[in-house]
Design a protein around this ligand. Sequence first.
Ligand SMILES: CC(C)(COP(=O)(O)OP(=O)(O)OC[C@H]1O[C@@H](n2cnc3c(N)ncnc32)[C@H](O)[C@@H]1OP(=O)(O)O)[C@@H](O)C(=O)NCCC(=O)NCCS
Length: 160
Amino acid sequence: MKEDPRKLGASEPSAAVRIRRAAVADAAEIARLCAQFGHAALVKDVRARIAVLDAMPSQQLLVAEEPGIRLLGWIQVERRLVLTAGERVEIIGLVVDAAARRHGVGTLLVSAVQQWALAENLGEILVRSNVVRDASHKFYLAGGFSRVKTQHIYAKSLPG
Ligand SMILES: CC(C)(COP(=O)(O)OP(=O)(O)OC[C@H]1O[C@@H](n2cnc3c(N)ncnc32)[C@H](O)[C@@H]1OP(=O)(O)O)[C@@H](O)C(=O)NCCC(=O)NCCS
């Protein structure tokens, strides 16, 4: 995969777990974790999406791995310009393997995003999390996030 200087590079936050950019070759492992996130996806679709995301400077898709073993989690964030709020980072998705939770992997992924956001002079990270995701609410509050509002999400299916 061609390196994009606007993308977050690999970092080494701990000896055992490495945080790096996702690659198309991670598709099967990312799909496995998508299912745990409650969003099952076909490996071929995930592969195609990773390739598209990698070409978008506004997107960062990072994985946590135990080198040579398996992926422990992934995070997708978007750099978003909001007319009323300016530029900020939004966490679009975050999941840690159920077998690896409570070992700091989620914290490592968010920390990597935070370092990138600071380097890019982005002043805020925002995340929307379903009310049923109990662990995530504890996780974000423990990580220094504040709950700023509660919303309903509306969707409309379009024909075709
Ligand atoms: C939320 C999630 C990403 C957290 O990942 P993780 O690697 O387990 O989190 P960490 O180990 O870094 O946890 C850091 C701190 O958050 C808090 N925390 C995390 N999970 C918690 C839980 N289930 N119950 C209570 N506190 C929790 C704790 O304070 C924890 O520190 P501690 O273990 O020293 O007490 C993980 O539970 C997950 O993938 N959940 C399913 C998907 C999901 O909800 N994603 C978020 C959608 S936006």
